[in-house]
Design a protein around this ligand. Structure first.
Ligand code: ATP
Ligand code: MG
Length: 446
């Protein structure tokens, strides 16, 4: 019976034709993070469910509606819906927080959330993210925001707004929660069911509800910035000053509360209007209480997650430059077994130098082989047949210019391919320079 299994809804295949886009983002993000002193960490794809309940928060959408949880034997595991919880767990478990602070790690990983799939909203998506632990200073907030901004700038992403807000600490939030409760209490019956429960447990979550009614009601809700304690207020003022000094434009947006419970003080988002409703390309903030909550010592920390799929949507839309995919450097078109063996030998050597060399594996005729070489965009081709092997010489053709040069089929050619290739000097190379050098090694080699 024919098998017709499709990929699950909300997942994506990244095909070879697009992989260079991912490589571009990953390379720039890695290099930028490293230039800020961050090192890569890799953590498991699934964790004990409790880890997410305790960190992400029981009243969040992520925990209430979006987690993929399996019961394996006696234990409940969850596919990670985000990267912070597992990363902090790993930092604690491996004692990283006992080493020199701040500890700075970054990661590139897949996240899983059971959401309604749409453009920019997947059930398996990928994040570039990072965490910095140990610093309570607003300079660390500025550093992390500046890092995200640098990545976006280096990728040449335009028209992205940075929104910042402070959601205070438990001290200021207690007063704020009171104010929110009395505000929402008046229209309690209109709130969605989840938010009626949130009103009791965590009223700030109502501001992050996706239901249009709750959003409408939330529009005139009290604003957290009016409730900040002195310390949180100072922290926010300093952050704004640092960002201004760094030349980073931002807007204060008191509506940003972020979808995860662990945030304190600074929260921020980089948002674009160019890819529809799912415009938050990067979101993050400070979470000074989380490490303690997960069993560590009180350690202020912060981080962000950047959605790679959303980033690529913007980059595609804006025609941002990508690193070029690797193209074939040299293709050997062969006639007969001996020629094939020669092509294998030369290709092996060229590959040792890092070149991408190919020859026919399909038993095609010469014409079809050349057509194929054209199709894969080979920079150079060499036709090898009985004559060429007998004479130890062949023609190296530079495909773009259509120019040909004679080469000798030996190591010297391989060694010289560098200069031929990089400088594209074929027309300036003296014949006997090339051949002369080759002749010598012919004697040595054969
Ligand atoms: P949103 O409000 O869009 O649901 P969020 O607050 O749930 O975002 P975070 O948990 O902060 O998102 O995740 C960080 C980043 O990961 C987001 O800014 C976004 O770029 C990306 N992201 C989050 N959820 C998804 C998803 N389902 N599909 C694709 N990317 C996502
Ligand atoms: Mg979400």
């Amino acid at each position: 019976m024919a098998v017709n299994i499709k990929r699950p809804n909300g997942t994506e295949d990244v095909l070879p034709k697009d992989i260079h886009k991912w490589h571009t983002v990953e390379k720039i993000a890695r290099e930028t993070a490293e230039s800020f002193g961050f090192s890569e960490i890799r953590v498991p794809t699934f964790e004990n469910t409790d880890l997410f309940l305790r960190s992400v928060g029981e009243t969040t959408d992520v925990v209430q509606k979006e987690m993929y949880t399996v019961m394996a034997k006696e234990t409940k595991f969850t596919l990670r819906p985000e990267g912070t919880a597992g990363t902090i767990r790993a930092m604690l478990q491996n004692g990283l927080l006992n080493e020199a602070l701040p500890q700075r790690v970054f990661y590139i990983l897949s996240c899983f959330r059971h959401e309604r799939p749409q453009a920019g909203r997947l059930r398996e998506f990928h994040q570039f993210g990072l965490e910095m632990a140990g610093s309570a200073s607003p300079a660390a907030d500025a550093e992390v925001i500046s890092l995200a901004k640098t990545i976006l700038d280096r990728l040449e992403v335009k028209n992205i707004e940075l929104y910042i807000n402070s959601i205070g600490c438990p001290t200021c939030r207690a007063k704020y929660h009171e104010a929110l409760r009395s505000y929402f209490e008046a229209r309690k019956d209109e709130l969605c069911e989840t938010c009626q429960d949130r009103l009791v447990k965590n009223p700030m979550r109502i501001l992050d509800c996706k239901s249009p009614i709750c959003q409408e009601i939330g529009k005139n809700a009290p604003v957290i910035l009016d409730y900040l304690c002195e310390e949180c207020g100072d922290h926010f003022e300093k952050l704004k000053k640092y960002l201004t000094n760094l030349g980073i434009d931002f807007k204060v947006n008191p509506k940003i509360v972020r979808g995860l419970d662990y945030y304190t003080k600074t929260v921020f988002e980089f948002v674009t209007t160019e890819i529809g409703a799912q415009g938050t390309v990067c979101g993050g903030g400070r979470y000074d209480g989380l490490i303690e909550q997960l069993g560590g010592q009180h350690t202020p920390a912060l981080g962000f997650g950047m959605g790679i799929e959303r980033l690529l949507l913007v980059m595609d839309k804006q025609n941002c430059p990508y690193l070029l995919p690797k193209k074939c450097d040299i293709y050997f078109a062969t006639m007969g077994d001996a020629a094939l063996e020669k092509a294998m030998e030369l290709s092996r050597k060229l590959r040792e130098f890092g070149y991408y060399a190919e020859y026919d594996l399909m038993g095609r005729g010469i014409k079809a082989q050349m057509k194929y070489a054209n199709k894969i965009g080979a920079a150079f081709t060499v036709v090898l047949g009985d004559n060429e092997l007998e004479e130890g010489k062949a023609k190296l053709k530079e495909m773009e210019k259509g120019e040909e040069k004679e080469i000798l089929l030996n190591d010297k050619f391989v060694n010289n391919f560098d200069s031929v290739y990089f400088d594209k000097m074929m027309d300036t190379l003296e014949d006997d320079e090339v051949l002369g050098a080759f002749n010598k090694s012919v004697e040595v080699n054969e």
